[in-house]
Design a protein around this ligand. Structure first.
Ligand SMILES: Nc1nc2c(c(=O)[nH]1)N[C@H]1C(S)=C(S)[C@@H](COP(=O)(O)O)O[C@H]1N2
Ligand SMILES: [Mo]
Length: 198
């Protein structure tokens, strides 16, 4: 499968590929608020709800059958490390939004995860091909600690905007805050502006 390199995305935001205050690491640390939830492929379900024409439900095989892309992306953690050249395979946010037929008055998005984590973004920050629902990292199944079977990646934002173990996407007509956004992390999370805390 061909790989699209989107590591030049930083040019929209700053001079340097490495955002200010970050250091590059080749490791892939795990950061979770709690334990890694168990994944049961027989009961796993993914839902798209809220301000959409078509609410959607996928089982695991149905989600994996959606058209997918593979991208090379950078990953920026708010705690100060960045990992370059991560290869993720998955479904783009716009691909999913198109199937849901999002209402004109939808302005925001809330992601929900199996560990009761949530995170929010404005709709326009999600409607980019680099926002992926991914199940594969560097050619292997996404490891459970890193959000397998399915997580979101947001290379234009600090990584807390990407829900691991994602199981739902809700389209909103008003802004709401997710787990860390209610606990002092930045609502906007632009790494090149060092928007770490609010
Ligand atoms: N469901 C869920 N998603 C989550 C988290 C979490 O605790 N639960 N932690 C977030 C934070 S704070 C970061 S920095 C990244 C870490 O991803 P990693 O563990 O793959 O490095 O996941 C984000 N997504
Ligand atoms: Mo984080």
């Amino acid at each position: 499968m061909s790989v699209t390199d989107v590591t030049d995305l930083y040019e929209e935001y700053g001079e340097d590929r490495l955002p200010p205050g970050q250091r590059e690491t080749s490791k892939f640390p795990v950061l979770s608020k709690g334990n890694t939830p168990k994944f049961d492929p027989d009961t796993w379900e993914f839902r798209v709800t809220g301000a959409v024409e078509n609410e959607l439900t996928f089982d695991y095989d149905e989600f994996r059958a959606l058209p997918s892309v593979t991208q090379r992306q950078d990953f920026h953690c708010v705690t100060g490390w960045s990992k370059f050249d991560c290869e993720f395979e998955g479904v783009t946010f716009p691909e999913l939004a198109e199937r849901a037929d999002v209402h004109d008055d939808a302005t925001h998005v809330m992601f929900a995860a199996l560990d009761d984590y949530t995170t929010n973004l404005p709709l326009e920050e999600c409607m980019r091909d680099e926002v992926l629902f991914t199940w594969e990292f560097d050619g292997d199944d996404l490891p459970p600690d890193h959000g397998g079977p399915l997580r979101v990646v947001t290379p234009h934002k600090y990584a807390y905007k990407g829900a691991k173990w994602v199981c739902g996407v809700e389209f909103l007509t008003d802004p709401e805050r997710g787990y860390w956004e209610r606990r002092g992390y930045s609502n906007t999370a632009n790494p090149w502006n060092e928007e770490r805390y609010s």
